[in-house]
Design a binder for this molecule. Structure first.
Ligand SMILES: Nc1ncnc2c1ncn2[C@@H]1O[C@H](COP(=O)(O)OP(=O)(O)OP(=O)(O)O)[C@@H](O)[C@H]1O
Length: 255
């Protein structure tokens, strides 16, 4: 394995046999994600983006092929082992935050980190969560109920929750899909910050302005990886140029 590769899929397929005929959603995906990379998955609706994200993060089982995280084959793990890998090595941000309504923002953020931490590491997990809330500008709403905060604040809280366990990879599925454009910028500024501090990010989005944050964008068509666009590290002053370049690339692909 190349030393710089952290996450890898080999000949990954996913077929749903519940439909007649069966739906072949992923058709042999070979993908390598470099350590510290910000990778974006794009493609038309139904092309298999979320299925790919779920299959490489162990949320779903592929039909065939392999997924490796730092050289360890995830596809052969039992469910409980895979759940442990997700809890301790991966973070997740979805379009909707999925927070518990009976807990405040801080307790929601702490929940998975405390579950993952050993007894002696619980205080460190709490300190980390508090520092993350400071860093992403939501310390002042830590005692609020999850229905009393804005969508952008809630998504920043999701990012804190995802990072509190110090994952090596953060998976994000349409993290700005439910937000207006200023909240979307807030959240993408937070994810850009996460990336700059060294965390690998794999994100699905259909929004070119959001995708322009990534270093590399890959394009899925009918479950096949058809092209990839190298944009290099994000620079705010080049935001429009990056988005224009990405749009031109996407137009060529028929997006
Ligand atoms: N449980 C399932 N059973 C059968 N088919 C499914 C199932 N889940 C997803 N599919 C099908 O797999 C295909 C890919 O779905 P997926 O959600 O991965 O696409 P996507 O590119 O993320 O789409 P979108 O941009 O609309 O979210 C779709 O045709 C979808 O209908």
């Amino acid at each position: 394995m190349n030393q710089n590769v952290t996450l890898e899929s080999q000949a990954l397929t996913k077929t749903y046999f519940s439909t007649e005929p069966p739906t072949e959603v992923l058709r042999g995906i070979d993908l390598s994600v470099r350590s510290g990379e910000f990778l974006v998955i794009m493609g038309a609706s139904g092309s298999g983006k979320s299925t790919l994200l779920y299959s490489i993060s162990g949320m779903d089982r592929p039909t065939d092929g392999k997924v490796l995280l730092d050289g360890r084959e995830l596809t052969s793990l039992r469910d409980a082992e895979m759940a442990h890998v997700r809890l301790t090595q991966m973070g997740f941000v979805f379009q909707q935050a999925h927070f518990l309504g009976n807990l405040d923002v801080r307790d929601n953020i702490l929940l998975p980190a405390l579950k993952a931490a050993s007894k002696e590491n619980k205080n460190a997990a709490i300190a980390r969560a508090d520092a993350l809330m400071d860093r992403f500008g939501i310390a002042h709403i830590k005692d609020h109920g999850v229905t009393q905060v804005s969508g952008g604040q809630l998504q920043r809280a999701s990012i804190c929750r995802a990072l509190a366990g110090e994952p090596s990879v953060l998976f994000a599925d349409e993290p700005t899909g439910a937000l207006n454009s200023s909240m979307s910028t807030e959240v993408m500024d937070a994810l850009t910050d996460v990336h700059r501090s060294g965390t690998t990010i794999v994100m699905v989005t259909h929004d070119p302005a959001v995708a322009a944050r990534g270093e590399r964008v890959i394009y899925l068509r009918d479950g096949v990886l058809v092209d990839s666009h190298e944009a290099g590290p994000w620079q705010a002053e080049q935001a429009q140029q990056r988005e224009d370049d990405l749009q031109a690339w996407l137009r060529n692909l028929g997006f």
